[in-house]
Ligand binder design. Structure first.
Ligand code: ARG
Length: 400
């Protein structure tokens, strides 16, 4: 008896996931492997990947375009939550995992598979995200993770694959581990493992070095409807195209690079370089529109929710009861986050330069220092007397 009969394997076309196919069949007694490559805008050509899976022994090789769903149901939800893990990482890789898990489970159910599989190792966050998302969506399915159990070095993995017709990589493999999708790129390993080593320019693909950015600033009007980005510069755009266009603009101005040491779920600290041009600019713009349209107390309370929400995404709990409950809160807060933010892109920064909304609760007659001022200055005196009273009593007591 093998570990499973029919398996749907998350497939990228790389060496590790390719080796998973013969490994599942020959070591773990799986009868049929169906591969699933999710197109989330990683820029790979998918037809060769599809053919490759069949050459490696898959009985069926699925390619599914998930870009629109990725943007609508994952990225835009994260933007509504201003989600930044450890205040910096906009979760561009993390957000893709629950969607891939959902596709795996749907395919397993459609094809009558008893297990799903992925090529993650035992050290990363992605295994946590896949395993938990899959168990949340269908607790009956087994999850197989061959690369978590095989004890093969890189060379041994390649040699094992060659025995079963998996081509070894043609190019000398890059020292980096790179994950890419529509939202950005994550780059780690190789020389980056030394936290003092500056990332060489060659690791960046989506963002220009400041030395090569335009000498003129560029203004982009970003429109939001209920916290969802819906257009740029007077034009309504569908999500994928909006992200693509803004990636190009922000990237050209060198916006969207992050270099950080982060705390992984499995307890390890790791050094990661990110490029997420559009996503970072959208979060900043969105937060700015909230500052115009939300009351102070909702904004401040939402900040604490955002922190937890970001952790949930990072830690693999996208399909969890807490996440669902926080979604209800966040959605409610977004009802009036409709309007426009004018962002200024220049020399590696994207900053709000202006904002407007029909739901603005910024009141010029209250804010002004001019003659139109409607604010009741006398009322401040009584307010301060009461607001400061406990502090005053405490200070008096101290002085004896
Ligand atoms: N550290 C990021 C995360 O956990 C990215 C993981 C994948 N990174 C990579 N370079 N392959 O979301």
């Amino acid at each position: 008896m093998g570990r499973a009969n029919k398996v749907v394997l998350a497939y990228s076309g790389g060496v590790d996931t390719s080796v998973c196919i013969p490994y599942l069949i020959h070591e773990w007694g799986v009868k049929e492997v169906i591969t699933l490559a999710a197109d989330l805008g990683q820029g790979d050509e998918l037809a060769p990947i599809q053919a490759k899976a069949l050459r490696c022994g898959a009985v069926e090789s699925l390619v599914i375009d998930g870009q629109a769903e990725f943007v609508r149901d994952y990225a835009f939800r994260a933007i509504q939550a201003n989600a930044l893990y450890e205040n910096r990482y906009p979760l561009s890789t993390a957000l893709a995992r629950p969607l891939i898990a959902k596709m795996l489970v749907e395919a397993a159910e459609k094809y009558g598979a008893d297990a799903v599989a992925h090529g993650c190792t035992g050290k990363g966050n992605d295994q946590v995200r896949f395993d938990i998302s899959i168990m949340a969506l269908n607790p009956e399915l087994k999850v197989l993770a061959p690369a978590r159990e095989w004890k093969m070095s890189r060379e041994e993995t390649i040699a094992y694959g060659e025995k079963f017709g998996v081509e070894s990589p043609v190019k000398k493999s890059s020292p980096y581990s790179i994950d890419r999708n529509l939202l950005g790129r994550s780059i780690e390993a190789g020389p980056l493992e030394d936290p003092m080593t500056e990332a060489p320019e060659e690791v960046y693909l989506l963002t220009e070095a400041i030395a090569n950015t335009p000498d003129e600033p560029e203004y982009v009007d970003i429109y939001f409807e209920q916290g969802i980005p819906v257009g740029l510069n007077g034009q309504i755009l569908e999500g994928v195209e909006l992200i693509e266009r803004l990636n190009a603009i922000a990237g050209k101005h060198g916006v969207g690079r992050i270099d950080m040491i982060e705390n992984r779920v499995v307890g390890i600290k790791s050094r990661e370089i990110y490029e997420a041009p559009a996503l970072l600019a959208l979060i900043d713009a969105h937060r700015d529109l909230e500052s115009l349209t939300l009351t102070a107390d909702v904004t401040h309370y939402k900040n604490t929710v955002e922190e937890i929400y970001s952790q949930l995404i990072y830690r693999g709990l996208w399909y969890s009861p807490l996440k669902e409950s926080l979604d209800a809160f966040i959605l409610k807060t977004q009802e009036r986050v409709t309007g426009m933010v004018r962002m200024k892109f220049f020399k590696g920064t994207a900053k709000p330069a202006g904002r407007q909304s029909d739901y603005s609760i910024y009141d010029p007659d209250l804010a002004t220092y001019g003659m139109e001022d409607q604010f009741d200055h006398k009322a401040a005196e009584g307010f301060i007397y009461i607001w400061g009273l406990p502090t005053k009593v405490w200070a008096q007591k101290l002085r004896g």
